[in-house]
Design a protein around this ligand. Structure first.
Ligand code: NAG
Ligand code: NAG
Length: 190
């Protein structure tokens, strides 16, 4: 009799845990410890590179894809949308080592001064960062000496990234619009 009760208890325990397990595996949200994702100590990294925005020539890396009716009469080119896949290099010359690319777009988003909305992913190919990305979403007042844009996230080695990028124009060809921009990026990540 006692053995029988024990069996029933064990069986019902197994059943409840099975039900619990099933329910749990379909649970929409749960909390977990950072270690369960292999996250250790948060780090702060500084990345330095040059961004080449090439509009002219036979292989441009920045191409206008859309504009509004009023864009060509706007002093700030309001409404212009430019798609980019701009090389990021270690030094200021294009022939220096490529460490990644800035892919995405910038649009002229300010009626009264030149202010771009930057929506881009930096995808890196350098060493341990190969394949990791950082996402930028911010305002770029291109004629200011230093422009600051938020880094809103990342992937790979940059999971959970947050920080900021500071851009300084290194050189610009006013005839073609081609520009080399120096970037300093500071990010917290794991
Ligand atoms: C602006 O572009 C429109 C077409 O979208 C064209 O009809 C117009 O002539 C252009 N204006 C100027 C000043 O280039
Ligand atoms: C980066 O990774 C890709 C594959 O994901 C590989 O083809 C490429 O050679 C790697 N580049 C470097 C610089 O390690």
């Amino acid at each position: 009799m006692a053995l029988c009760i024990t069996r029933v208890v064990i069986f019902s325990l197994l059943l409840t845990s099975a039900i619990f397990f099933t329910a749990n595996s379909h649970t929409f949200s749960r909390s977990l410890l950072p270690e369960e994702l292999g996250l250790k100590k948060e780090k702060l990294s500084h990345l330095h590179f040059y961004f080449h925005d090439i509009l002219s020539g036979r292989s441009p890396t920045a191409v206008p894809v859309a504009e509004a009716k009023m864009t060509n009469t706007s002093a700030t080119a309001f409404g212009l949308v430019v798609m980019i896949d701009d090389p990021l290099t270690e030094g200021p010359v294009l022939s220096s080592k490529i460490v990644g690319r800035a892919q995405g777009l910038y649009t002229s988003a300010s009626l009264n001064d030149v202010g771009l909305l930057m929506v881009q992913n930096y995808v890196f190919n350098e060493g341990k960062y190969n394949g990791s990305t950082l996402s930028v979403l911010g305002r770029n007042a291109v004629f200011s000496d230093v422009r600051e844009m938020p880094i809103v996230g990342g992937s790979g080695l940059f999971r959970f990234a947050r920080g900021y990028a500071q851009a300084r124009t290194h050189s610009i060809d006013l005839r073609t619009g081609d520009a080399v921009v120096e970037y300093n990026v500071y990010v917290f990540h794991y």
